[in-house]
Design a protein around this ligand. Structure first.
Ligand SMILES: [Zn+2]
Length: 142
């Protein structure tokens, strides 16, 4: 089998931040890297799941909601992927700063009822907010 592009980048050289993976069929894939790969610090599964609920909700309620294709966690738990159309890096950076700031305001996880989620008991709102705050600091240095 051919090695796919996401396995072809050297993860030892990947830094935290916001990176473009590429654009195909008009859709841009963004690498929201929360953690330095293979450095022993990972987002917990419960916090990662909650961040998905919080940030997906915020992105899909934002003024750019029509330009959001997908937001979801990386299996390695070092970050998230965001797929967009019509958005450049400065617009995505501003949009994400906004969303990660607003994440702090949730006092419950949106979509956390049994009928709304595939693993509704595995959530960690405080852990998610803590990771969102750390990633916001990373975004503020871009
Ligand atoms: Zn869920």
């Amino acid at each position: 089998m051919e090695k796919i592009p996401s396995f072809s980048k050297n993860h030892d050289e990947l830094k935290t931040g916001l990176h473009v993976c590429g654009t195909a069929h008009g859709v841009t894939t963004w690498d929201l890297r929360f953690k330095k790969p293979n450095a022993g610090d990972y987002i917990s599964p419960a916090a990662s799941h909650t961040i998905e609920h919080l940030i997906a909700t915020l992105l899909r309620n934002s003024p750019r909601k029509d330009d959001i294709i997908y937001f979801g966690p990386m299996g390695c738990r070092t970050g998230f992927y965001l797929l967009t159309v019509n958005l450049g890096k400065s617009e995505v950076t501003e949009l994400l700063k906004n969303c990660f700031e607003l994440a702090e305001n949730f006092d419950e996880v949106p979509g956390n009822k049994r009928e709304e989620c595939g693993n509704y008991l595995e959530h960690d709102l405080n852990g998610a907010k803590n990771e969102c705050k750390k990633y916001l600091e990373i975004l503020n240095y871009i």
